[in-house]
Ligand binder design. Structure first.
Ligand SMILES: Nc1ncnc2c1ncn2[C@@H]1O[C@H](COP(=O)(O)OP(=O)(O)OP(=O)(O)O)[C@@H](O)[C@H]1O
Ligand SMILES: [Mg+2]
Length: 245
């Protein structure tokens, strides 16, 4: 569903992302890990078509993101690390706005209502978003993205700010979407969560993807039965500080 080849991004003379390739199959949940400043957000913004890569290309479904951005982006849902939602709308108005933007049929409204309920937002759904907490804004932004039924979902640190119930609902929602064939990529610093819910993991350090695979594959490659957290710390400590270029 998603394929990135040789993605590279330079800011001035700094290479924030260097030669990153990844594929996401339909129904797969990919966990994108890495220390602060590793290049996760920069990579996700290139995958979402918001940042032009210095080199490399992205395909979403059968569409090249650069040559056919409209078709590619139709398949795409993206939740940025800092959710941008129209503060002057109520939660429900925002959902309707997103549905109209993507020309979605009205039965999606029932689906959105059930998400509002699952994420405990129904009682606040007619309040202005400007009065929402950070976690509530995350939730309404996510529901807004789900209303256009994306085939590829990119979530940048979606668990930040969510309460325990919200975090569990998010995990259950993402699993259900994967079962419907949606390809999901999430970046997170919560390694036990990544270990629990992701099919595959990619670890990024200093702009490079230094390891990827299932947790079992990573353990066997590095001859360890350590938890993902221990493995992550081992790999990132060993790699950080090496020049990225
Ligand atoms: N617009 C920009 N201009 C210059 N440098 C940038 C820009 N955006 C990101 N960078 C740099 O690129 C590098 C990667 O940043 P990025 O935000 O992708 O990291 P991250 O892995 O998402 O980190 P975190 O875990 O803290 O969210 C950092 O060194 C950052 O300072
Ligand atoms: Mg980031």
């Amino acid at each position: 569903m998603l394929r990135a080849d040789g993605l590279t991004k330079r800011f001035g003379d700094k290479e924030a992302v260097c030669d990153v390739s990844l594929t996401l199959k339909a129904g797969e949940l990919f966990g994108f890990l890495g220390p602060n400043g590793a290049g996760k957000t920069t990579t996700i913004r290139m995958l979402a078509g918001l940042l032009t890569p210095t080199r490399g290309e992205v395909r979403i479904g059968n569409h090249d993101l650069e040559r056919a951005p409209r078709e590619a982006k139709k398949l795409l849902g993206y939740l940025p690390d800092k959710p941008l939602v129209y503060e002057k709308l109520t939660g429900r108005e925002y959902i309707r706005f997103m549905m109209e933007l993507y020309d979605m049929p009205s039965d999606v409204l029932d689906e959105a209502e059930s998400y509002l309920h699952a994420f405990a937002l129904d009682s606040a759904a007619d309040d202005l978003i400007s009065g929402y907490s950070h976690g509530m804004k995350q939730k309404i932004a996510l529901i807004g993205q789900l209303t256009h039924r994306p085939r590829v979902l990119l979530l940048d640190e979606p668990t930040v700010g969510l309460d325990p119930k919200g975090a569990r609902t998010l995990r259950e929602t993402l699993r259900a979407l994967c079962e419907q064939g949606v390809a999901v990529l999430i970046s997170t610093h919560l390694l036990p969560v990544a270990e629990m819910m992701c099919d595959r993991i990619g670890i990024m350090v200093s702009g490079r993807m230094i390891a990827s695979g299932t947790v079992v594959e990573l353990q066997s490659r590095y001859h360890t039965d350590a938890s993902l957290e221990d493995l992550f710390l081992q790999l990132t400590d060993a790699t950080e500080g090496e020049p990225a270029g």
